[in-house]
Design a protein around this ligand. Structure first.
Ligand SMILES: [Zn+2]
Length: 129
C-alpha cells in the first residue's frame, strides 16, 4: 500500500511540500514558498504601519500587528481586566480572531489599542480616581 512519495520542495513556513514553480530563487535558499513570502512581506508592511501609528501617539514600538487581550494589556501596561473594562466602555471591537488552546480568541490591531490608549493616557484631563 505505501504512501505516495512527497513531491516538490519543503516550505518551512507553511510546512508543506510545494511544486518547484511555487518557489523563487531566493525562496529556494530560504525554504519559503512564494505564497508565504508574499504573506511575510504583507506582514512586514503592516508592522511598519503599526509602528508608525504607535510612534505618532507616543506608544512604544509594537513587535506585532495583532495583539491578544493579554498582549494588548501588557503593551498598554494595564491589567487584562482594565483592558476589558476600557474596551467595553469605548465599544472597541476585536479586529481578528485566532485559534488558541482554549478555543477561538480575539485579536486587536493597533487602532483598537490606540483608542484605548488615548482614553487611559495619563496626560488626559479627566482622571479617574
Ligand atoms: Zn509556504
Amino acid at each position: 500500500m505505501g504512501k505516495k512519495k512527497q513531491q516538490g520542495y519543503y516550505c518551512r513556513i507553511c510546512g508543506s511540500y510545494r511544486a518547484n514553480e511555487k518557489f523563487s530563487g531566493k525562496g529556494h535558499q530560504q525554504h519559503i514558498c512564494k505564497d508565504c513570502q508574499r504573506e511575510q512581506q504583507e506582514h512586514k508592511r503592516a508592522l511598519k504601519k503599526a509602528r508608525q501609528r504607535a510612534a505618532e501617539v507616543g506608544l512604544r514600538l509594537p513587535k506585532r500587528v495583532d495583539f491578544t487581550r493579554l498582549q494588548a494589556a501588557s503593551y498598554l501596561q494595564i491589567t487584562p481586566s482594565q483592558f476589558d473594562y476600557q474596551r467595553k466602555k469605548l465599544g472597541v471591537e476585536h479586529t481578528g480572531t485566532y485559534e488558541g488552546q482554549n478555543g477561538t480568541g480575539y485579536l486587536y490591531d493597533i487602532e483598537a489599542i490606540i483608542t484605548i490608549f488615548e482614553a487611559i493616557r495619563p496626560d488626559k484631563d479627566e482622571k479617574e480616581v
